[in-house]
Design a protein around this ligand. Sequence first.
Ligand SMILES: CCCCCCCC(=O)SCCNC(=O)CCNC(=O)[C@H](O)C(C)(C)COP(=O)(O)OP(=O)(O)OC[C@H]1O[C@@H](n2cnc3c(N)ncnc32)[C@H](O)[C@@H]1OP(=O)(O)O
Length: 219
Amino acid sequence: MTESTTLDIWNPGWPDPFRPTVDADDEYADLVDALREVQEAVTRSLPTPEAAAEAAATLREVARQMRSHEVDEDTQIAGKRWDIPGKAHALAPVLHIDTVTDTTATGRVTVGRFHSGRYAMNGGVTPLIFDELLARLANSAGRPWGRTAYLNVNFRALAPLHTELTVTAELVGQEGRKRFLRGAMYHGDILVADVDGLWVELKPEQTQNISKDLEGRDR
Ligand SMILES: CCCCCCCC(=O)SCCNC(=O)CCNC(=O)[C@H](O)C(C)(C)COP(=O)(O)OP(=O)(O)OC[C@H]1O[C@@H](n2cnc3c(N)ncnc32)[C@H](O)[C@@H]1OP(=O)(O)O
């Protein structure tokens, strides 16, 4: 796999909760890499029942250890490492963002069997990748924070596993608070998916303490 160029494209307009609140060093990134390794290895395996039970006990022990270090969402590292591909979050495949200009962005991604549907990338994973790249572009160049309003994805061809795919994004228009983006994913010259997305700039009251907005809701 090609190593990425890391880009710190932190937007000063973004609210503080999106920055890690402790100095993150690579032990955190390594922990999430190890979690990704587990996800892929478990997906690819057919252990004996005894081996499955042993692994489950080990994983529950790791979960117990991590629960003893639990913090609130504003303080956690996962999803906050803008400087490294994957942002130290194991949900989506690791997207290597190579370029971000005021109106375009490009990246590369390779998925394994953990993100497979059946011998090709799962259809729910493609929007995750588009959301990551398009959101970075929508919210870069000093633009105030906006949220995804829609992502309309067209699947044009199977996206192969274990193969580097390129992803592109473009800001195609702005009307008031609305930012219209378009993106595409390629396997070599083959278009595997494209997307139209809308980001809506948040009103000041929408950027205040999101956890308060969710109080009392079943999350
Ligand atoms: C500090 C907090 C930051 C949080 C960052 C979180 C980042 C994410 O992960 S986003 C996750 C996925 N996205 C979401 O959960 C978003 C949920 N939806 C929302 O929050 C709201 O619907 C939101 C912000 C997108 C728009 O709501 P609101 O600000 O009230 O917009 P509203 O004033 O109704 O509409 C603004 C314009 O956008 C248009 N619009 C809004 N939603 C849509 C849509 N889905 N389709 C088409 N047009 C839309 C409206 O028609 C309107 O257009 P016009 O100005 O021409 O009349």
